[in-house]
Design a protein around this ligand. Structure first.
Ligand code: C2E
Ligand code: MG
Ligand code: MG
Ligand code: MG
Length: 281
């Protein structure tokens, strides 16, 4: 059955290694086809305010693979970045999210919702990123004031002057920026001052420990204070329990995202009009 089994090239691998290598080769070949075969999906995870009202969603990419089923982004985004397939894929994500914004804009109850889109460093640093974003906004008629781009600390560190200029140009269009996974990278506090950032997203690894690990608690507390004094909003990522939620509220965090409020879901399965995560009230 396995075509390569009789050949010379793979004979020094043990069967597991061979399987792993072939799986990766296949995954890469499949990823080239994923867009053309319409196998990519966006799931959306709600974000809520201090009253647990939905303020927006984060778009999270999924790959509906014909044999493997739903593949999570951690399993194919690094591959997409190595092969630069992240460029067409990232464009598709942006376009799909903007189309969703334009659909919600027609419904008064949903018109104010924002969509946060993760932008890979390779995508951000491509030659014509600003022009592409403009083109997507124009072709979808999405309101740029409802679009938030999530960037990472490592993205900001590559050519910081150029990054600043691109962010300012997009910011002029009305687009906002959130710094994702805050605390996990090596960002200089100087960036926070110089760049047109709107929000910090505290990484879920720190939220996990707020009740049990004094270091995590101190980092979260310090981040909330820092954000407030810089005039930035702050979102806690990965909130899973009512106890974490309560701790965060007591420490002046006002925006939340996590399984407590909702898992990432296909757009049709979202419950956007309700209060989330408040079991007791
Ligand atoms: P991220 O942007 O930090 O997204 C949050 C991740 O945490 C998502 O994983 C989400 O499903 C997960 N999550 C949310 N709430 C909870 C919770 O309460 N508990 C736990 N344990 N996890 C929670 P997901 O969807 O697997 O995405 C992983 C990463 O892949 C994202 O991290 C983001 O960096 C990247 N990614 C996703 N979609 C895209 C995309 O369209 N483009 C790019 N460039 N990267 C993407
Ligand atoms: Mg994100
Ligand atoms: Mg994150
Ligand atoms: Mg992450």
């Amino acid at each position: 059955q396995a075509k390569g089994a009789g050949g010379n090239t793979l004979r020094f691998f043990n069967p597991e290694m061979q399987a792993a290598v072939m799986a990766r080769v296949h995954l890469e070949a499949d990823l080239h086809q994923a867009l053309a075969r319409d196998e990519l999906r966006l799931h959306y995870q709600i974000q809520v305010d201090s009253q647990s009202r939905v303020t927006g969603v984060e778009a999270l990419l999924r790959w509906q693979h014909p044999q493997r089923g739903m593949v999570a982004p951690g399993q194919f985004i690094p591959l997409a970045e190595r092969t630069r397939l992240i460029l067409p894929i990232g464009h598709w994500v942006l376009e799909s999210a903007c189309r969703q914004l334009a659909t919600w804009a027609k419904e008064p109850a949903l018109e104010a919702l924002s969509i946060s889109v993760n932008v890979s460093s390779i995508q951000f640093h491509q030659q014509d990123f600003v022009a592409r974003v403009r083109q997507v906004l124009a072709s979808t008629a999405a309101n740029p004031n409802r679009l938030i781009l999530e960037v990472t600390e490592s993205l900001l560190m590559e050519e910081p002057e150029r990054v600043r200029e691109i962010m300012l140009r997009l910011n002029e269009l009305g687009i906002r920026f959130a710094l994702d996974d805050f605390g996990t990278g090596f960002s200089s506090l100087n960036y926070l001052k110089r760049l047109p950032l709107d929000a910090l997203k505290i990484d879920q690894s720190f939220i996990k420990g707020v009740l049990t690990d004094p270091v995590d608690a101190a980092i979260v507390q310090a981040t909330i204070t820092l954000a407030a004094s810089l005039g930035l909003a702050v979102t806690a990522e990965g909130v899973e329990t009512e106890e974490q939620h309560q701790w965060l509220q007591e420490h002046d965090c006002k925006a939340f995202q996590g399984y407590l409020f909702g898992r990432p879901l296909a757009v049709g399965d979202l419950r956007l009009g309700q209060r989330h995560g408040l079991m007791t009230s």
